[in-house]
Write a new protein. Structure first.
Length: 232
């Protein structure tokens, strides 16, 4: 028995929820609405995960003077159409229910704006499984935090009073692995997300899961935690 709970921290888009084209389609819609070039589909997919402001600058070459307008157009479209298109990945709701029932603390750490993350999880009935939900500032026109996902994962650890060696991060991109490593937390990769070919293989991951059943097993291995004997 320990005062520090076992904690599983989940990324959101590409890990818990399939945006089903709502993010890439929304970005394309916003760029077109402002008369800007739309990147190729592969490039659009790589924009899922990092902060939107960063992706628009780095990957879509959006000029500084119009980036705020593009973000506003994208977000308005996402709220009115995009969220309803998204779906939890197969097996995820049941997995979360079992993990929560087993005694694990569950948290979300996403670079999506925090209020929007809560709305998205609530829309799909997933919010009830999480002890805490952490995201980026709701004003997406502000520069992204210089430490990327590091601070968001740290907030999840702090809020849940969890030690890094009693936690695991689950995500689909290099940002998840980097943020976890900076906090001394192991990371499990999921193969169903938006990582380009070879990205997961290049990372120092504890395991890579191909589906929800494999993810449940991997979490148990990493945390030394099973549904029969909660380690908290």
């Amino acid at each position: 028995m320990t005062d520090s709970p076992a904690l599983a921290i989940f990324d959101l888009d590409g890990t818990l929820v399939d945006p089903a084209g709502s993010i890439t389609g929304g970005i394309a819609y916003a760029l077109e609405a402002h008369g800007l070039r739309v990147p190729e589909p592969e490039m659009l997919s790589s924009m899922v995960g990092p902060p939107l402001l960063e992706s628009l600058h780095r990957l879509a070459d959006v000029p500084e003077g119009v980036v705020d307008g593009v973000i506003h157009t994208y977000r308005k479209r996402y709220i009115s159409h995009g969220m309803a298109q998204s779906r939890p990945y197969p097996g995820i709701p049941g997995l979360l229910a079992r993990l929560r029932a087993s005694g694990l603390h569950l948290a979300v750490a996403t670079q999506k704006p925090e209020d929007l993350a809560k709305k998205l999880l609530g829309l799909h009935g997933l919010d009830r499984y999480f002890h805490s939900i952490h995201g980026s500032p709701d004003d997406e026109t502000l520069p992204p935090a210089t430490d990327g996902k590091v601070g968001i994962i740290r907030a999840a650890l702090t809020t849940n009073h969890a030690a890094p060696d009693r936690a695991v991060m689950i995500g689909d991109r290099r940002h998840d692995a980097a943020g976890a490593a900076a906090n001394g937390v192991p990371c499990i990769g999921v193969a169903w997300g938006f990582a380009p070919d070879g990205e997961l293989e290049s990372l120092d991951l504890a395991e890579v899961a191909a589906d929800a059943d494999e993810l449940e097993r991997a979490i148990g291995v990493v945390l030394g935690h099973t549904a029969e004997a909660a380690a908290c």
